[in-house]
Design a protein around this ligand. Structure first.
Ligand code: SF4
Length: 280
């Protein structure tokens, strides 16, 4: 069984996917921003939320990125075991990133971590960062989630003592207090609990992509209420909405470990997805 798609069409589709992610926020994210604006009593925070909503509208209308920091290119891919593209998917995604960077255009953000030399095209060793998951079936789903540095820099990971399950909320709150207005609130907060050191961070990042319209569970709601009681508010200027939502993802971990990662996302929770189907 092979995929119906040619390499050229695939590259075009991924470049278009990046364009969509950079220009248009998902509806459920915009809905929560609108709700936050409607419920905000602080005049300053309300005007900031109105400016964000206007920014979203203008980006869509004129087809331009919603923020000057167009992020580093991160992809989550679910590859069906029967989907056979007939070409190197990673190389094609990289080519699509180079194309999108030139076309949209995107700010070249990818640099060598030590020399700080910029590749000029948003690619380099390990970038784009592609997370693969094998699933049943003959389709390939790809989510593009460009991530800005302002929010990523304020994220945190801690290896808690296994007896400290009661300290998870405190760690999340410490992370948010430390972040203040730097990550451009209102935030989405992704929390990864369990796994290994790196798996916890991945869970936290995946949590940012969970749908916004599903009800939060106990710990998520508790964290959201506590975060919003901090009063950091929109852009750190005070107000009732520091975070729009909190998503927690868990995995089993070593009996002697309790890894907890907090991945912070700014108001611009950019992501978009596309599905390629194999031939029947
Ligand atoms: S944190 Fe988000 S909104 Fe703020 S500058 Fe970075 S990408 Fe843009």
């Amino acid at each position: 069984m092979s995929s119906k798609i040619s390499r050229e069409t695939f590259i075009r589709s991924i470049a278009d996917l990046l364009r969509k992610a950079e220009i248009e926020l998902p509806d459920d994210v915009v809905d929560l921003l609108r709700k936050a604006e409607a419920g905000e009593e602080s005049h300053v925070a309300k005007s900031q939320l109105q400016a964000i909503l206007k920014n979203i509208e203008i980006a869509k209308k004129y087809g331009v990125p919603m923020c000057q920091d167009t992020g580093i290119m991160i992809f989550f891919a679910e590859l069906g075991t029967e989907f056979q593209p007939g070409f190197d998917l990673e190389a094609a995604i990289k080519e699509a990133v180079i194309l999108a960077t030139a076309e949209i255009p995107l700010r070249p953000n990818a640099v060598d971590p030590l020399t700080r030399k910029n590749s000029g095209n948003n690619t380099g060793t390990g970038i784009p960062d592609i997370h693969w998951k094998l699933v049943q079936g003959n389709q390939l789903k790809i989510i593009a989630a460009p991530k800005g540095a302002g929010s990523e820099n304020m994220s945190s990971l801690r290896m808690l003592n296994p007896t400290e399950t009661g300290s998870i909320k405190k760690f999340v709150l410490e992370t948010i207090v430390n972040a203040g207005g730097m990550p451009c609130p209102p935030l989405t907060i992704g929390v990864g609990i369990g796994g290994s050191f790196d798996a916890a961070a991945r869970l936290a990042k995946e949590a940012l992509l969970e749908p916004f319209d599903i009800p939060m569970e106990g710990l998520e709601r508790e964290i959201l209420e506590a975060v919003n009681a901090l009063g950091i508010g929109c852009m750190g200027l005070g107000g009732s909405t520091t975070a729009l939502t909190v998503h927690v993802k868990k995995a089993y971990c070593h009996t002697a470990s309790l890894p907890v990662a907090v991945n912070i996302q700014c108001w611009a929770n950019r992501h978009a997805s596309v599905v390629f189907r194999g031939e029947e």
